[in-house]
Ligand binder design. Structure first.
Ligand code: ADP
Ligand code: MG
Length: 254
């Protein structure tokens, strides 16, 4: 059996008295495009943030590529990882947010070069060569010298994807990457994501783009109120939902 890229077992997360994730169980296989849908406030972003150690879970087990997030297990005891060890885990995971958060004072090329230089101590020439390739891959070779304000939202988001890829992650997390974009700019970003999927990248995609989920997704999970309500192949879940909550949600977004 291959090691799952992500495995969640009974994952709970609370903020103070607010119980947000109420026992999430799921598995993402390597090379899988795993789509996560659900109403606003159901805990989708919180779950992604736990995978990337931006939040710590309160109970359960969460692992990435066979390693517990934030912990090392010895026998039946868990030990918290040091900050430097957490940083090592996190650099294998790329994350793209709804808002692109590019560095405003850097060009597109510099944005993509930055992390490998700062985090991995990579030589500038190496980082530059990779960044040029990545900008080409997201269709922005001719925008390398542009600053974020000189790019459309869709172009900025494609730079953000290239920037995440520059760290050569084994897992990419997308949190509603097209939700802040004007409709005519959504397609180019989805095309880049489709290309990544074809190249075998493991991806968890929180999205309201049901067309993307149906065409590109290998698995689809519907989450509501901190639990997985329903999961399966996207075609099955989208065309033949089993639960009333799924049906009601889909009737609003489809
Ligand atoms: P989704 O991405 O599905 O819309 P979120 O994971 O963003 O949902 O949020 C789920 C719930 O958790 C919301 O009620 C939100 O207000 C709450 N929440 C998220 N982050 C925090 C935080 N840092 N502190 C307190 N509450 C939070
Ligand atoms: Mg969210």
């Amino acid at each position: 059996m291959t090691t799952p890229m992500v495995k969640a077992e009974g994952v709970h997360k609370s903020f103070g008295a607010a119980h947000i994730l109420k026992g999430i169980d799921l598995e993402v296989a390597p090379r899988e495009v795993f789509c996560l849908i659900g109403p606003s406030g159901s805990g989708k972003s919180t779950f992604l943030r736990c995978i990337n150690h931006l939040e710590q879970i309160n109970a359960g087990r969460l692992s990435v590529d066979g390693q517990l997030v934030g912990y090392r297990q010895k026998g039946d005891k868990l030990y918290e990882l040091k900050d430097s060890e957490v940083a090592l885990q996190r650099r294998d995971i790329g994350m793209v947010f709804q808002r692109f958060n590019l560095f405003p004072h850097m060009t597109a090329l510099e944005n993509v070069m930055e992390a490998p230089i700062q985090v991995k101590g990579e030589a500038k020439a190496v980082a530059r060569a990779r960044a040029e390739k990545l900008l080409d891959r997201v269709g922005l070779a001719d925008k390398a010298k542009n600053y974020p304000t000189q790019l459309s939202g869709g172009q900025q988001q494609r730079v953000a994807i290239a920037r995440a890829l520059a760290m050569e992650p084994k897992l990419m997390l997308f949190d509603e990457p097209t939700s802040a974009l004007d409709p005519e700019l959504v397609g180019d970003v989805l095309d880049v994501m489709r290309g990544l999927a074809e190249d075998g990248m493991t991806m968890i995609v929180v999205t309201h783009e049901m067309g993307f989920a149906r065409e590109v997704g290998d698995a689809l999970v519907f989450m509501d109120d901190g639990v997985v309500v329903e999961s399966g192949h996207p075609r099955d879940v989208l065309t033949n939902p089993q639960h009333d909550r799924t049906k009601s949600f889909l009737s609003k977004v489809l």
